[in-house]
Design a protein around this ligand. Structure first.
Ligand code: ATP
Length: 359
């Protein structure tokens, strides 16, 4: 992709002690957040957790009840949206239907009397690989192309901060996946700070350097995608970033490197790096893809946990893998993902099976 004048870096964003109350409802309890300049940051969480409210506060479309917002070290709390170097891309593209693609992208530059609007618009369109369609009108473009025009329009004036509110929500799954990779590569190229709001965990993990998982107006955990996935601090984060099998039991022993948890008569070994200083009742989470399925009771081997026998109550084929749902007596249902290395399921519904995983 083309670069050139777009190589400027973005600004960092700081939210300090932010609270946002609406009449009768507190949307943001307390938010402290620092987003480094030039990063691709995702705010991830379920509907109603306060993601859009956070973006609207940064954009200046809402004022915080308490707290301060700093962009590039400058306190912008209370400033009008146009006084902040911030642009927002929404799910709805909101392109002007009577203007060409080029005019749509150049419009804001012209209105602000910025020099060389046409040249700059072409450059932004080259960046999103749409310059060849500059003369078309929005209705002559596909949904993905319209979204790219909206993106070109948002980056053409090189904002310090680009806010993206579910920008890919209206696209079909395949295009959405493609656009995720494109957006990421555009962000790397322009070096601006992107703050992306989504409820799609896969989208957040694919695109962002850092993900903040929001729940009920607060950040529950913040970190790199791998860190959140492998070391979730709460059951909410574990479940929000993909499926997790959760076992609740009591700690019955410990060594310097692990603890033993009694779950319905079975003993599960958990490395202490993940469960240091835990005593009493604990919840152990194991991802479905870490589990192995056995048709016979596996031999007890040090460094391996096993549970069973259970019974397969559902088999769900999804191409690359098959999801087995297994009822384990006293523990409820658990999920196991197995790669489809051979044709046909490992075992069918009703079959007796054991599961194991490496400690
Ligand atoms: P979604 O993914 O569904 O867009 P979200 O995480 O972006 O959800 P917000 O739009 O930030 O959620 O809303 C957070 C909470 O604040 C919701 O419970 C919402 O109903 C409430 N809320 C948002 N705007 C207002 C308002 N103007 N007045 C009262 N409550 C509001």
């Amino acid at each position: 992709m083309a670069s050139g004048a777009f190589a400027e870096s973005g600004a960092d964003l700081e939210l300090v002690g932010i609270q946002k109350r609406f009449p009768g409802f507190t949307a943001i309890e307390h938010l402290d957040l620092t987003i480094p300049a030039g990063s691709f940051f995702a705010l991830l969480g379920p509907s109603g957790c306060g993601k859009t409210t956070t973006l609207r506060l940064v954009a200046g479309l809402e004022d915080p009840t308490e707290g301060r917002i700093l962009i590039g070290g400058k306190d912008v709390t209370g400033l009008k949206p146009y006084q902040r170097q911030v642009n927002t891309v929404f799910q709805s593209y909101a392109l002007f239907p009577h203007m060409t693609v080029l005019e749509n992208v150049a419009f804001g530059l012209r209105r602000r009397k910025i020099a060389d609007p046409v040249e700059k618009a072409h450059e932004a369109l080259r960046l999103v690989e749409l310059d060849h369609l500059a003369a078309r009108r929005p209705q002559q473009l596909s949904g993905g192309q319209q979204q790219r025009v909206a993106l070109a329009r948002a980056i053409v004036n090189r904002p310090a901060l680009l806010l993206l509110d579910e920008p890919l929500g209206a696209l079909d799954l395949k295009l959405r996946r493609q656009m995720q990779l494109e957006l990421k590569s555009i962000q790397e190229e322009v070096g601006l700070t992107f703050v992306h709001v989504t409820h799609d965990q896969e989208e957040a993990m694919t695109m962002a350097d850092t993900v903040a998982v929001m729940n009920k107006g607060e950040i529950e955990q913040l970190g790199a995608p791998e860190e959140l996935y492998e070391l979730p601090k709460t059951a909410f984060v574990a479940n929000f970033l993909g499926q997790s099998n959760l076992f609740t039991g009591n700690v019955s022993g410990s060594t310097s490197t692990s603890i033993t948890v009694d779950v319905e008569g079975a003993k599960i070994t958990v490395p202490t790096s993940r469960a240091q200083r835990h005593t009493g009742e604990v919840t152990v989470g194991v991802r479905p893809e870490k589990l192995h399925l056995h048709k016979e009771e596996p031999k007890k081997v040090a460094g391996t946990n096993s549970l069973g026998p259970g019974r397969i109550i559902d088999v769900s084929f999804s191409g690359v893998s098959t999801q087995y749902t297994i009822a384990l007596p006293g523990m409820g249902a658990i999920s196991v993902f197995q790669q489809n290395m051979t044709f046909g399921p490992l075992a069918g519904e009703g079959a007796e099976v054991w599961v194991s995983w490496d400690v």
